[in-house]
Each structure stands twice: as C-alpha cells, then as structure tokens.
Design a protein around this ligand. Structure first.
Ligand code: TRP
Length: 468
C-alpha cells in the first residue's frame, strides 16, 4: 500500500498529501532548475565547449536542448504527475491504465538505479568543489604557477583519505536536505540556494567583464566556426543535453509527481530548460574571459575548472575572493542536483517499502556513499584496475570511468529513448493530451511529432555511434 493511497482526501491534491507537493509553480521551477543546473553546467559544459572549439558546438547544443531535451522533459514530468508516485510505480500504473505491459516499469527501475550510480561519483566531484572552497579561501592559489596548482589537484586525487572526507561531507549535506522531505527539505533548500547561485553567477560574469578579454570570451562562445565541429562534437552535444536537463533517470518523474494539477507542464518545462541553458552560457561567459586574460588554453578538458581556472584566479587582482565565490557557486549547483539524484530512490523506498523518510534517506545515502568509495579508489590505489580491460572498448577504464560511461552513454540515452517511446507510442494520445492540457492545438501536434519521430531517431543515432 502506498503512502498517497492511504491518505484521506483532506489536504490531498494530485493523490499526494500536501506536504509532498511543491507549494507553487515557482517552487517546482526552482527545484527542477536546481536539479538541472549542476556540475554539468559549470564544470562540464565549459570544458566540452572548449574541447570542441566553441561557437558551432554551442549552436548544436542549443538545437539539441530545444528539439530533444525539452520534449523529453515534458514527457518525464507528465509521466510523474499523471502517475503521481515514485518513477517505478508511476510507470507501472500508467502502462497498465493505458493497456500496456507492466514491464514498462523497467524504465522506472533503470532510472532509480542509474540516478543512484550517478550520485555515487557525482558526490566525489562535489567533494572536490567543497575542498576547493577551502583551498581558494586560504589563498593557496595566489601567485601559484601551473605546477603548484596542478600539484594541489594531483595531491587531492592521490589521497583516498582526503577524497573520502570531502565525499562524506558532501553526502552529509545531501542527506540533511533530503531527509526533511519535499517541502521542508528540497523546496526550502532550493529557495535559498538557487537565488544565491544566480547572484554569485552574475557577480562572476561582472568580474569577467573587468578583464580586457570579455570580448574574446563572447566570440569564443557565440561565433560559430563550423570547421571546428566534428561528428563526435555533435554527439557530445546531444548526450550533454540529456545530462544537463537531468533527463532519462526518473528525476523529473519524481519531481513531476509533486507538481500540483493546475500547473502547466509545458510552461514549467520551457522555463527550466531556458534557465538551465542560461546558466550554462553565463558560466561560459564567466570562465572563458578569465582563462583568456591569463593567456591560458580553453581546451584543457576536465581540468579546466580545477586547474586552469584556479591558476587564472591566482594571477588576478581579487582572484582569491572571486575564486572562492566561484567554488561556493559550484558547490551550490552540485548540491541541488545531488538532492534530486537521491530523491527517486528515497521516494521508492518510502512508498514501496513503507519505511519513513528519515530511514529511507539514511539507508539510500549510506549505499550511495559506499559505492562512491569505489570511484575514490579508482583515482589512486585502484587506478590500474581495469575490470573490463579485456574489451578494447573499455581498455584503460577504471571503475569510475566505467560507471560514468554506462550511466551517461548507455542508461541516460536509453532512458530518454524509452520515455519518448512511452509517451509517443505507449500511452494513449488522449491521456497525454489531457495531462499536458493542450488538447488539439498546433503546439501539441508539433511536440507529438517530435517525441514520436525526431527524438527517438536522434537518440538512436547517438546511442549507436557511442557504442560503435
Ligand atoms: N543535471 C545535473 C547537472 O547538470 C546532473 C543531474 C542531476 C542529472 N540529476 C540528474 C543527470 C539526473 C542525469 C540524470 O549537473
């Protein structure tokens, strides 16, 4: 028996007790934006843009968000709200009520498992960000040269003890929020953190404007040079559109299940996709001018934020202060995403196993923390351990790399594909139309065409290419 079906009608909307619903449309937008805006926007987007040559890549990315990401987000939110349960039960009940096989709940399962795995290494990187707040505030980067900055990063990665400490701190921050529930925990945290994040980001952009390389940063992001665009770049852009919008993992289903009936799914999804994109672009505008101003290269890869940027801050006036602010910003972004990654599993434990919120969160959080240790050790003691090394494709991949690969390149696109197929072909058209509240409009036909044909095809291409 599930929590919502045992609750009497008083104070219940949407089949959920009020404390399990967002208090307003705005609260949902903040929470879903909090989920979407994370390491993906501030750490990954700038470095993959840097690696793929800038403007043309950004343009492709924008297309992917609009044509693939946004339609799937609408699909996920609609599944969650219509099913009004955790992702697994929502998928099951919707499949059955529209005359489909209960096996569709496998999509919910995959989401819960994948978000659990993603969180295990996401938290390790979140921990790096927490530790960098301290390093930056203590002035460790001031006047440091490339070797010294590289040394700080290298020492962190080489030390299982330090990594474990920061991973533990980060997971504790996540657990504290999630344990308090939807309204008192998630909603309260995003209401404080998201506005703070925007203010910090604008401050950072303002700071970047004071360098005389702001124009170069703008050019790099917005002047497309198609000769720099590769097939691989296009696929990276598409894969990243999923990751950055938190799609394919049941997260938006879980958040959608707390969305009050009267709110328009179309409007909130557009708002969230827009904000997420805005933050990614602003992060680029904050980071590239600073990198260029100190004569550094934008294509440094994953080390862009943790090596190139601290080096740049260390050479600038006000760099220690703004560098610290930057890492606080990164922590806030990662934190609100991490709570969304824990939510699907917690909501399932809570509803399905009838365990209370606190116990569910502690149990789920502990398991995530434990799995995170495998990623930590992959960076040092187990760095030569390549469990699937017998396959050429996985040669040299550590456990951390494998978890990242299977979630980001396999489970995420597969989840997105199945969401598109389920809302486009599995559910009855009438159910979908009424849940979106856009009966027989042109916009509906447009969206329906996208989720039925364009999105599945697009995802399939990425999928096959990534595996081949
Ligand atoms: N979107 C977040 C980011 O950009 C990460 C994230 C949170 C995520 N929840 C997710 C990714 C669910 C995939 C699925 O950092």
């Amino acid at each position: 028996m599930t929590a919502s079906s045992t609750t009497a009608s008083a104070g219940v909307a949407n089949g959920q007790p009020a404390a399990r619903l967002w208090s307003s449309r705005f609260a949902f937008i903040l929470a879903a934006t909090g989920s979407a805006v994370g390491l993906g926007n501030i750490w990954k987007f700038p470095y993959i843009t840097g690696e793929n040559g800038g403007g043309a890549f950004v343009l492709v990315y924008l297309f992917c968000i609009a044509l693939i990401g946004l339609p799937i987000m609408m699909g996920e939110v609609l599944i969650g709200r219509r099913g009004h349960h955790n992702p697994i039960n929502s998928m099951r009940s919707l499949a059955l009520s529209d005359g489909r096989s209960s096996r569709w709940q496998g999509l919910g399962w995959m989401g819960v498992i994948a978000s659990f795995i993603i969180l295990s290494f996401y938290s390790v990187i979140g921990g790096w960000a927490v530790s960098y707040v301290g390093s930056s505030a203590s002035g460790a980067f001031v006047g440091a040269d490339a070797d010294q900055v590289g040394g700080i990063f290298g020492n962190l990665l080489a030390s299982p003890g330090d990594l474990l400490l920061w991973h533990t701190v980060f997971m504790a921050m996540v657990i504290v929020v999630v344990a308090r529930g939807v309204r008192a925990g998630l909603e309260k945290a995003v209401t404080l953190l998201m506005p703070a994040l925007f203010v910090l980001l604008l401050l950072m952009v303002g700071y970047a404007m004071t360098t005389d390389h702001f124009g170069a940063g703008v050019d790099f992001l917005f002047t497309p040079d198609f000769s720099k665009l590769t097939t691989e770049g296009i696929l990276t852009a598409m894969g990243h559109a999923f990751f950055t919008l938190s799609l394919g993992m049941g997260v938006m289903m879980a958040y959608g299940s707390y969305l009050p009936r009267e709110v328009s799914i179309v409007k909130v999804s557009i708002a969230v996709s827009f904000m997420d994109t805005l933050v990614a672009l602003l992060a680029g505008l904050a980071i590239f001018p600073i990198v260029f101003a100190t004569g550094l290269e934008p294509g440094a890869g994953p080390g862009l934020i943790f090596q190139t940027l601290p080096l740049a801050f260390g050479q600038m006036t006000g760099g220690a202060f703004f560098g610290t602010l930057f890492f606080v910003l990164l922590v806030f972004a990662a934190w609100t995403s991490a709570i969304s990654l824990l939510e699907p599993l917690v909501s399932w434990l809570e509803e399905h196993k009838d365990v209370n919120r606190l116990a569910s969160t502690l149990g789920a959080g502990f398991m995530v923390w434990l799995l995170g240790i495998a990623s930590i050790l992959s960076l040092n003691l187990w760095s030569d351990f390549h469990p699937l090394g017998m396959f050429t494709m996985f040669e040299g991949k550590t456990i951390f790399d494998l978890l990242d690969f299977f979630t980001a390149n396999v489970m995420l696109p597969l989840g997105g594909l199945l969401v598109a197929l389920f809302v486009g072909w599995g559910m009855k058209r009438a159910s979908v139309e009424s849940e979106l509240g856009m009966e027989s409009s042109v916009a509906f036909s447009l969206w329906y065409g996208l989720v039925r044909y364009v999105t599945p095809l697009g995802v399939l291409v990425v999928f096959v290419y990534n595996l081949a």
